[in-house]
Each structure stands twice: as C-alpha cells, then as structure tokens.
Design a protein around this ligand. Structure first.
Ligand SMILES: [Ca+2]
Length: 208
C-alpha cells in the first residue's frame, strides 16, 4: 500500500502527460507557426535577412491575404541590387516529426523589375543536424494579385522542427526590384505527433 501511495503522484503525472498527448493528437493539424498572419502588427516570430538602405521588411495594416481573416500583412520592399531579402521562421525543436507536412501562404507582388523574382522554400530540420528534407525550391512565383500557394511533402523520420522562408530576390542590375506582400503562412502536420513532445515546453508549444 505504501508503494502504491508513493507511486500515485507519478501515475497522475503519467496520466496527465498521456491526456495532454491525446489532446495534442486532436489539435495536431494546426498551424505551428507563430504570428502567421502578422496580426500582432509586427514581425514577432519572424526573422529578416538582407535588409539594407534599399531593402526592408515591415508589417502593413489595411490589406490582408485571402486565406484567413485579418488586417495585416508583411511587406517586403526590395529595391537593392543583387539582394535576397528573406522572411523566415523556424519552429521550436520538438514541434514537428517525420511524416506529411502541409504548407500554404498568400503572396501578392507589387513590383518585380529587371530580374526581380520571388521564391519560397520549406525545410524539414533536425536539431543539431540542420536541413534533412523539404519542399524543394518553389518558384519563381508570379502572384500579381493575392494568390494562395499550397502543397505538401514528406519529412524524413528524424525531423523535429520546420523552417519556411520567402525570398524577394533582385538581379545584379540597376533598377531591379522585388516588392511583395506575404500573409497567412501555415505549416501543419495533420495526424503526426511530434516524437519529442515529452517536455512541458514542447507540449505547450503545440498550443500556441
Ligand atoms: Ca494577416
């Protein structure tokens, strides 16, 4: 009896984790990106590379992509020569696993002159290893009005987080531009339970 009493808190903890894992199963087909529609009004959760006096990324209000309601979008304004202006987000390790990855995002080009092009790419990554798989390079994407791009790929078994990046690239020519809006970026793994959701932080990350 004494042993049983001692084990009770452990049993309760195990049941709690199992219950959370069960709950995670129900909500696993949710977007694991933070601030996917830029509705915080800023670039919280996102990284930007390639900024210069003539290339910048900001969040704009008053326009929104078609995939989800909202009032904000990310605006990539690249008017610098031969620059890749990158908007990127990696999820927290433990939020992804091997299996199907479904991605989607809304784009709208304002301007793409003299070699300006847009590419997107999704990477399956393993902590400590780097890129282990992905969508391949998507593009160039000629979205002259709001356009939703969606697809899927199979992430290898050792995947434990995902990265998506959208790149506004200019050519090595004076006057090359690539100016576009990005919104409603989504990465989901329907039916896939991340293998490393054994920590409370990883489980919590599924509910963000
Ligand atoms: Ca939005």
């Amino acid at each position: 009896m004494k042993n049983c009493q001692r084990l009770l808190p452990i049993c309760a903890l195990v049941l709690g984790v199992l219950a959370l894992a069960g709950a995670a199963r129900d909500v696993s087909a949710q977007n694991i990106l933070e601030n996917p529609g830029f509705e915080t009004g800023d670039l919280t959760g996102w990284l930007v590379f390639g900024e210069s006096p003539n290339s910048s990324a900001v969040v704009q209000v008053g326009d929104n992509g078609p995939s989800a309601p909202g009032t904000h979008n990310a605006f990539l304004d690249n008017r610098a020569e031969a620059v890749g202006l990158v908007l990127k987000q990696s999820t927290i390790p433990g939020t992804a696993a091997g299996g199907d990855v479904e991605y989607s995002f809304d784009l709208k080009l304002d301007q793409a002159d003299a070699g300006g092009v847009v590419f997107a790419q999704v990477f399956a990554e393993a902590e400590g290893l780097g890129i282990v798989g992905g969508s391949g390079l998507l593009g160039p994407l000629w979205a002259w009005q709001w356009t939703t791009y969606a697809g899927s790929f199979t992430a290898p078994a050792n995947t434990n987080f995902l990265t998506i990046q959208i790149t506004a690239t200019t050519g090595a020519t004076t006057g090359s531009t690539c100016v576009l809006h990005v919104d409603n970026v989504s990465l989901e793994q329907p039916g896939v339970i991340p293998a490393e959701t054994t920590t409370w932080s990883a489980l919590n990350a599924l509910y963000r």
